[in-house]
Design a protein around this ligand. Structure first.
Ligand code: GLP
Length: 249
């Protein structure tokens, strides 16, 4: 294995473990009067992690006042007020339930005019740098091999940019959008280089449908064909999975 894998009893056990790591970072930074910078993901995989963080806020008083977040991606074009937007997803699942300062929440803007996308993306990169870089990046993995929306063909030196979604990704998104025609065919995503710049990376993959692509990510060659395989180039990646997710290893 080229990446360390931890097999957990179930998703909830993984969520508690990962949320615990995030909480430890936040508290350590609080003790030093510093900001914790989190890279966050959408999709079903991190939902229970966010639920656990909300629980820690409500029941244990974990504060997010010293937290800055950068989300990986957003569909393009996308109205943030739409219930399909990642802005909506993040507020529903996390931000509405914790005490994070709204000005510390960063999510790629799906409404930027097409001729201003490049400028927006460069500014997003700058903002991550100005915050001191990402301390912990949370990732899921798409069945196309994407992390964020870095689809096959993405290179190791890619940064935040507008991309076209892979056919597999569009098909998998039909469950959220109702029909293939309704799925946006583009997105703004952090790049592979952006993700690899994080100091610590945590990838969660649950269920049998992720098994083949997780195997390719963990055991296969580093290749643009499986963008998640670029994680093999990073020195602090932890992969958390359940039994079904390793059933095809
Ligand atoms: C989405 C997101 C990815 C996510 C992936 C997997 O397209 N852009 O960041 O990792 O799909 O989603 P899920 O966790 O629901 O399987």
């Amino acid at each position: 294995e080229k990446l360390p894998v931890q097999i957990l009893e179930n998703q909830q056990e993984g969520a508690v473990l990962i949320a615990g790591l995030i909480a430890d970072l936040i508290k350590e930074k609080q003790a030093n009067n510093e900001m914790a910078v989190l890279g966050l993901a959408t999709g079903s995989s991190p939902i229970k992690i966010y639920r656990e963080l909300v629980r820690m806020h409500k029941e244990e008083g974990l504060s997010f006042q010293n937290v800055i977040t950068f989300n990986l991606d957003e569909y393009y074009p996308m109205d943030p007020a739409s219930n399909k937007s990642y802005v909506h997803f993040m507020h529903e699942n996390l931000f509405n339930h914790i005490d994070i300062k709204p000005e510390n929440v960063n999510i790629p803007d799906g409404t930027v005019a097409i001729d201003q996308v490049a400028e927006f993306c460069a500014a997003y990169e700058e903002k991550i740098l100005a915050a001191g870089g990402i301390d912990i990046q949370i990732l899921g993995i798409g069945r196309s091999g994407h992390i964020g929306f870095n689809e096959p063909g993405s290179t190791a030196n890619s940064t935040t940019r507008l991309v076209k979604l892979d056919g597999i990704t569009i098909r998998d998104a039909i469950k959220d959008f109702g029909s293939e025609e309704a799925v946006p065919h583009r997105a703004i995503t952090m790049g592979i280089e952006t993700i690899l710049s994080a100091r610590k990376i945590i990838l969660a993959g649950w269920g049998k449908s992720k098994s083949a692509i997780l195997k390719a990510m963990i055991e296969g060659p580093v290749s643009s064909d499986v963008p998640a395989s670029f994680l093999q180039l990073h020195n602090d990646v932890s992969v958390y999975v359940d039994e079904p997710a390793v059933s095809e290893f």
